[in-house]
Each structure stands twice: as C-alpha cells, then as structure tokens.
Design a protein around this ligand. Structure first.
Ligand SMILES: Cc1cc2nc3c(=O)[nH]c(=O)nc-3n(C[C@H](O)[C@H](O)[C@H](O)COP(=O)(O)O)c2cc1C
Ligand code: SF4
Length: 454
C-alpha cells in the first residue's frame, strides 16, 4: 500500500487510527466511531456532566476551586505533553488572586515525530477538550483560553471551531455559563507547523504573533506567560482526561493506572507493526501487551528496538523494552522517557545509523537557532552521522559524536537541544557495533549485514 492509499484508508475507515476495539478500558476514545463528534453525541456519552457537577447544576452543591485541584492531584494525572509533570500541582501554581487577566492554553501543536493522538482527540471528540479546559479554567480562576492547534492539519482546526460554536450556543462557554457567575471565553488558533512551537514558551510567543522562539526560564509561564500574564499550559490529552476524573473521582482515576501514574494513556504505535494506530490503555500496561494490540512486529520479522516516547526519547533494545510496562516510572528506570507516548517500533531490518541520520536531520532542521550549542551542534551531529552512513566515517567519529551530544545537553535555552542529543547517545550506547561496522566497511555492505533492504 502506498502512502496515498494509507491516507485514503485512514480517511474512509479510521482503521489506521483509533476506531478499533483494541483499546483497554478507554476513557477518551471510548465509543468513538468517526462521526459521533458533535455536542449531541458527546452529551449522550455523559459529556458536560463534569462541568455541571462542579457548577452544582445537577442538584449537588458544586465543587470549589480547591476541591477541583485536590481531585486532580489525587488522580495522579501527569501531563501528557512529554515531561509528565503532575497536573494538579501545576494548576496549584497559578496565582489565583492575581488581579489582572490570566490565561489558559491548550498545547495541540503535536509535532513530535511519531505522535498522532491529539489530532484524533480534537477531530473525533473535541468537546472532551473543551469541557476539560472549562473545568481547568474554573479551578484556576481564568476567564480566557486558547487552543493552539498544529498548522498542517487544517481539518482538525475547523472541526474544533465547529465544536466551539456548538458549546457557545449551548451555554457551556461564554458569559455566565449555565446561569452561574462563572464565565470562560475559549478560542482556537492555528500554528504553521514548526516543531519548536510545541515548546510552551515558543508557543506563547507564536500566539502573541511573534517568531516562535523559546523564552529563557525562569520566569515560568505561571507568573509570566501569555502577554506577560499568569498562564497555565497543558497538553490536549491532559485536558481530555479531566472530565472523567471529575465525574468519577481522583481515586478512581488513580486506580485505573498505577501509583504516581494515574489513568489511561494514548499510545501512538507506529513503525514495523502490523496494525499501527492509537491505542488507549491503562498506565502500567506491559509493552508486550501493547505490541500485541498493534498486531505484533511485521510478519516474518523480529523486534530490534523501540523508541518508547517520540523521537526525542532514547531508543531501547528489544530485550529491555519487553520487560517494561508503559508508564513514566518504568520507562524512565529503563533509561528512556514515556514522553508523548509515541511508540516507534523497529524490526531487525532497520539500520540504526540510517535511522539516527533521519532523526538528526529533523532536529537540525527544527532548531530555532537562538543558542549556539543547538544551532551548531545539531548540524555537527547530522554531518557526523551522515559521514558514517556514507562509509566515510573515521574511527574517532563515534567518540566525537558522543562528545558533541554531551556538550549540547543542558546548555541550551529549551529542551530541543537535549532532544537532539539524547537519541544520539542512546544509539551509541546500545548499537555501537553497527556504527563501528559502518566505519570499517562501506555503507552498502553494512546495510547487508543489518539485513536492510537495498
Ligand atoms: C521542542 C519541544 C516540543 C514540544 N512539543 C510539544 C507538543 O507538540 N505538544 C505538547 O503538548 N507539548 C510539547 N512540548 C512540551 C511543552 O513544552 C509543555 O511541557 C507541555 O505542553 C505541558 O503540558 P502538560 O503538562 O499537559 O504535559 C514540547 C517541548 C519541547 C521542548
Ligand atoms: S535549544 Fe535549540 S530550539 Fe531551543 S531555543 Fe536553543 S536553538 Fe532554539
């Protein structure tokens, strides 16, 4: 099947994405069929009950701001944008008594290679994000929010705008929501496809209409965010988890996952599997189970390695990965990161030098150029890997590569520098003989030894 056919199949059936029965206890993707995204459908699935609950519109007393934040803390929800920062704790950093404007921002930039979960949430269940944001804004005393949506997926932006219109017309957004004294205005904004605009401060710059380049931190967005005002930023999936937590309680969410890693997580499984797609499973699900859900490694092939959390996450060899469970703590203990949950599966036909060359090119291309170690270092990394891949590598190149990567890490304004360096160091740590073999011989013969098709 060529790329165009895959896209057509995706559009027609969604089989490559989230419409399959191979999720485990899904909360965000539950009941979706590709066409039931509207307000009426969402309400039929219990939508907006959590917002009604906190505002006391279903007979209860409602929840205070502190109670909402405490519930989210109890749930052990960790930010789904990459760093896994505890969401309730982040919400408690918002200076609620600040007298001026405060902002809430949803990060739907989703540019991490391998990640494609947020676009499915926005396309097929947009109201869950709107409700999650309305609850978050209530908890932090915020009256204005923005959803920054990746620029190259315009149909997703249009779908979200349509859902916003529905929510406004039904009184779930706007002034005096459901007759209460709580008001929240939410707007959509689309970027233009730069990966760096997913970094939260670059996103804020872009939202302000400036060049999307990260800011120095501190100050952090909680004190100096959008237009210099206190701002909380969370990922799309993070907000999408909130309605379930409020409806069912923090403890129930925590128990869906494992301690310190509450709830379910959506994993975008791609690469050498039979059924790539988005899979929502409880935190702590064994990687072997996730692989099985995705149809296993391509027929006739063996698992070689996995990048468990998007292209920035260090690669792990098969034997380590098969022992891991899919949660922040287990993957971190194994030496990588759960990141955004993009699981890139590589079988024994993959050449690691070529894979790293592709990754390094991406980071070189996406560096915003503000700081020297990243601007220059990402180019050095790519040129070194390219030289090795062309069969022109020198014996000292492996150490040089590691040294350049080491000197980028921790010396840049934002984490893109680390994201470029970590895959290099992990590839050398786990697959050094492949690099050495390519330095000794030419690229073609090394490809043959790794089993890669010409
Ligand atoms: C280079 C770079 C790209 C990023 N891209 C995204 C992204 O596309 N989506 C996202 O939610 N977070 C992204 N992040 C993380 C954000 O800066 C931020 O931590 C996140 O949006 C916070 O939300 P959370 O607490 O819900 O995870 C990126 C970070 C870096 C350094
Ligand atoms: S680390 Fe790279 S992307 Fe981040 S600010 Fe510096 S140059 Fe820009």
């Amino acid at each position: 099947m060529n790329a165009q056919q895959v896209i057509e199949q995706f559009r027609a059936t969604g089989v490559q994405t989230c419409f399959h029965d191979r999720h485990i206890n899904p909360q965000i993707y539950a009941g979706l069929n590709g066409s039931n995204w509207s307000l009426k459908d969402y309400e039929a699935r219990g939508g907006y009950q959590a917002l009604r609950k906190i505002l006391g519109k279903d007979g209860g007393e409602g929840l205070t701001q502190d109670q909402v934040i405490a519930t989210v803390k109890d749930s052990a929800l960790r930010g789904r944008g990459g760093a896994g920062f505890p969401t309730g704790l982040k919400w408690s950093f918002m200076p609620r008594q600040f007298p001026g404007q405060k902002y809430l921002v949803c990060n739907s930039d989703e540019g991490e290679p391998g990640t494609c979960k947020d676009r499915d949430i926005l396309m097929y269940n947009p109201h869950i994000v709107i409700e999650g944001m309305a609850i978050a804004a209530y908890a932090m005393g915020i009256s204005v929010g923005y959803n920054y949506i990746h620029g190259e997926i315009f149909e997703v932006y249009e779908r979200f705008e349509a859902a916003l219109e529905e929510a406004r017309a039904a009184g779930y957004l706007g002034n005096n929501i459901m007759g209460s004294n709580y008001s929240f205005q939410l707007h959509a904004h689309h970027g233009f496809g730069a990966y760096i605009c997913g970094e939260e401060t670059a996103l804020l710059e872009s939202l302000e209409g400036k060049k999307g380049q990260p800011r120095f931190k501190p100050p952090f967005p909680a004190s100096f965010g959008l237009y210099g005002k206190p701002t909380t930023i969370n990922n799309t999936e993070t907000f999408a988890a909130v309605p379930w937590i409020i409806r069912n309680g923090g403890q129930a969410y925590l128990e869906c996952g494992k301690p310190n890693n509450g709830g379910t997580k959506i994993f975008s499984v791609s690469g050498d599997v039979n059924q790539p797609g988005n899979y929502e499973v409880p935190m702590g699900t064994p990687f072997a189970k996730l692989l099985e859900l995705a149809g296993g490694v391509r027929t006739g092939r063996q698992l070689k390695a996995v990048i468990p959390g998007g292209s920035s996450a260090p690669v792990l060899p098969a034997h380590i990965m098969m022992e891991c469970t899919m949660d922040y703590d287990s993957i971190s203990k194994a030496g990588s990161m759960l990141g955004s949950g993009a699981v890139i599966v590589m079988d024994d036909s993959r050449c690691m030098v070529e894979s790293l060359k592709r990754l390094s090119y991406f980071y070189m291309h996406e560096s915003c150029g503000q700081c020297t170690p990243c601007r220059e270092g990402t180019g050095w990394l790519w040129r070194l890997v390219d030289r090795i891949h062309r069969g022109e590598g020198r014996p000292a190149d492996m150490d040089l590569l590691d040294n350049v990567a080491e000197n980028i890490m921790g010396r840049t304004i934002c984490a893109l520098g680390d994201a470029a360096a970590m895959p290099v160091r992990a590839m050398l740590k786990h697959f050094r003989p492949e690099f050495a073999a390519m330095i000794k011989s030419d690229a073609a013969s090394t490809s043959a030894t790794t089993g890669q098709a010409a």
